[in-house]
Write a protein that binds this ligand. Sequence first.
Ligand code: ZN
Length: 76
Amino acid sequence: MLYALLGIPAVVVGFVLLAMGPIGWFLAAFLGIAVLGAASVFGDDEEREGPARVNCPECGSRTEAGEACAYCGEPL
Ligand SMILES: [Zn+2]
């Protein structure tokens, strides 16, 4: 549903830009690169979150990597 809400306007904008001619093509390419850049930034955020969170060896809860488990207090 979210992809449809975002995708349909994006397709419409893309067609309008392509119909505008070379200036529209440039803008479409620019927007495409911007969207891909934003997507890769969000992807990196998820990647960075991975190593920062660990499974507690005692209770198995997903917790922040640090000194102790946030759930059972066991040292990590
Ligand atoms: Zn724990």
